[in-house]
Ligand binder design. Structure first.
Ligand SMILES: C[S@@+](CC[C@H](N)C(=O)[O-])C[C@H]1O[C@@H](n2cnc3c(N)ncnc32)[C@H](O)[C@@H]1O
Length: 269
């Protein structure tokens, strides 16, 4: 049984994302119109172009794919366009509704899209050729459980591609300066700052070592863990001075090593 605190936290996470599906806050176009979805898609891949090299949408034609945490469905649309046999889940009805509208607008079909929890994925063991999740399982209270579920539903030999947030990144330290140092609370940890201020309550960010630890007991192989320096780390929306400082610090520490996105890829044995 899930503890009451975890249950309450998950409800808050659900409310947060149900209030506004991820990435939809930047468009003023009519909800569910073609212009609305195209604005969302355009901005997403301008800000997060690294998704293409990680996901490799076109390499899974006819493969059975599950996306965990579909959000507004931008990546889900790419999988469907590329001919994968697509299944999706998200904790919120808002996300599921977005995906239904989005696919029908482009004349595409999913096998199944439903409201479900990444900690209890409602599919049998060894069911999917590929399980994909971008920026999702760090929001759920029991991230290791969600990771085990992703592995459980993947077929032996299948591929899992997961992105979670990276604690030792420029964006994390920027948040720490903003919400701890400049608020006169330098003792506040990075984890606590992210927990309270990054998107929904309880958001976590991991180190590479912690990811190894999380995956240790699982039957996987060909593990690749790669941080990626993002649009957000580069302070792209800030003035020149910020951008220059970010660039200098990133180069000093090894550029991608201090990136906010931690991409994780492996095969199930
Ligand atoms: C940052 S958004 C990412 C959405 C999408 N993958 C994207 O990249 O745009 C986080 C998403 O995770 C979903 N989510 C959070 N906790 C979840 C859980 N326990 N199970 C399934 N989805 C969850 C939220 O509803 C939200 O749609």
């Amino acid at each position: 049984m899930m503890s009451d605190t975890k249950n309450e936290m998950k409800q808050q996470v659900q409310q947060f994302w149900n209030n506004q599906a991820c990435g939809t806050q930047f468009t003023d176009k009519e909800k569910y119109s073609k212009e609305y979805f195209e604005d969302i898609e355009d901005l997403r891949y301008r800000q997060e172009p690294e998704i293409f090299s990680f996901a490799q949408f076109t390499r899974f034609r006819d493969k059975k794919l599950l996306e965990v945490g579909v959000g507004a469905g931008t990546d889900f649309l790419q999988w469907a366009r590329a001919g994968a046999v697509v299944y999706g889940i998200d904790l919120t009805p808002e996300a599921v509704e977005h995906v239904h509208h989005r696919l029908s607008l482009y004349g595409l079909k999913a096998e199944e899209i439903k409201v479900a929890d990444s900690e209890n994925i409602p599919f049998p063991d060894n069911f999917f050729d590929i399980v994909y999740s971008w920026g999702v399982i760090h929001h759920t209270p029991d991230t290791p459980k969600a990771m085990r579920e992703i592995i459980r539903v993947c077929k032996p030999g299948g591929t899992c591609k997961v992105m979670i947030y990276h604690r030792h990144s420029l964006l994390s330290y920027f948040f720490w300066i903003k919400y701890a140092l400049l608020k006169g609370k330098p003792w506040m940890s990075l984890s606590k700052v992210l927990w309270n201020h990054m998107e929904s309550i309880g958001t976590k960010a991991y180190t590479i070592k912690e990811v190894h630890q999380m995956l240790k007991m699982n039957t996987i192989e060909n593990l690749k863990i790669q941080p990626v320096l993002t649009y957000y780390d580069k302070m792209t929306r800030f003035n020149k001075l910020f951008r220059l400082c970010a660039k200098l610090v990133a180069n000093l520490f090894g550029y991608n090593k201090v990136g906010w996105f931690l991409t994780i890829e492996f095969n199930k044995k």
